[in-house]
Design a protein around this ligand. Sequence first.
Ligand SMILES: Nc1nc2c(ncn2[C@@H]2O[C@H](COP(=O)(O)OP(=O)(O)OP(=O)(O)O)[C@@H](O)[C@H]2O)c(=O)[nH]1
Length: 334
Amino acid sequence: MSSCLKEVKLPSALLLLAITGLGVIAGLVVWVCLLWRRLAALKSQTNQLAEALDHVHAFVYMKDSERRYIYANRLTLERLGLTTKQLYGTRATDHFQAATAACIDEVDKRVLTYGESSSDQVVYGDDPATALVYLEVKEPFHDPRGRVVGLLGISTDMTEIRRLERELELRSTTDYLTGLANRRFFDERLTLALKHQRRAQGPTALLLLDIDHFKKYNDTYGHSAGDAVLQAVAAALLGAVARTTDFVARVGGEEFAMLLDGTGLQGAQQIAEAARAGVQRCGLLHEKNSAQVVTISIGIAMATPDEDPTHLYQKADRALYAAKESGRNRVCTA
Ligand SMILES: Nc1nc2c(ncn2[C@@H]2O[C@H](COP(=O)(O)OP(=O)(O)OP(=O)(O)O)[C@@H](O)[C@H]2O)c(=O)[nH]1
C-alpha cells in the first residue's frame, strides 16, 4: 500500500517541479523580453536625442570628470574635423591651441570641482579682426549619490552677432561722413563731463565751430566738393587737439563741437586759434569767402560749477554768433 503511494507521489512531485521550472523560465523570458523592449526604447530615445542634437546650431558636448570628451554633436565633430572615435577619450589640449585650451580647462575645472554652472562669453584669439567669440554654457551632471561625474557644454558662436553689435554701436555714435562722433554721442559726453566737473571741480570748455559761408561753397562747387571740405575740416580740427580727453564731434550740417575737459579759458582759446588757423592753412579755395579759402568761426563757453549742458551750449552758440557777426574767421568767447 505504502509503495503504491510512493509510486503515485514521485511523478506528481516531478510534475510540480517541472511546472515550477517552466514557470520560472517563462517568467525569465518575459522579464528578458520586457528588459529588451525597455533597452530598445531607451536606445531609440538616445538615438533620437543624438539625432536632434546633431541638428542644433551650437557645439554640444559632454566630458567626464577627467575632462575627457564622452560625447559631441555633429557640429562639434565637423569643427574639430574628427570622428567620434578620434574625439572620445581625448581632452581640449589635444585639439586646441595652448591659450585656448587653457581657457577651456579653467572653466571646466571650476564646473567639475565646485559643481557650479557657468555661462561665459569667451574670446578666442588676440586679433579683434579674427578673434572668435563664443557664449559657453556648462552644466555639471551627477551620479545617483550626487557626485559630479561630468559636464554638459553648449557653445554658441556669437562672433557675427558681436560684430554686428559693434557696427551698430559705431553707427549710432559716429558721423558717417567725417568719422567723428555724432551729436547724440557728443551730448552724452558733454553731460558726463559736466557731472565729472562737479566732482573734480576742474574747468571744462565747450567750443562750437562753424564753416563760413558754406551754403555759398556748396552752391559754387557742388555738394560733393562740400562733403570733401567737411572731411578736411574734421581732420584739421583733430589736428588741433592734443589730449586724449579732448573730444571732437560733428554736431550739425557744417557745425562742429569740441569738448575740452580739464582745460581752462586760456588753453581753450589757444586750441580754438590753432583750429581756426589749421582750417585756413588747408587752403581750400572758396572764392565767395573774404579769405578766399575755407575758414571757420568759433564760439567758446566755459562751464560754471553746476552748469547745465543746454545752457552751456546756448552760451557757446551766442559766442559763435558774435564771431559770425563780427566778420567770421575768428574766435569769440562768451
Ligand atoms: N556738402 C554738404 N553740405 C551740407 C551738409 N550738411 C549741411 N550742409 C550745408 O551747409 C550749409 C549751411 O548753410 P548756412 O547754415 O546758411 O550757413 P553758411 O552758409 O555757412 O553761413 P554762415 O554760417 O553764416 O557763414 C547749407 O547749404 C547746407 O546744405 C553736408 O553733409 N554736406
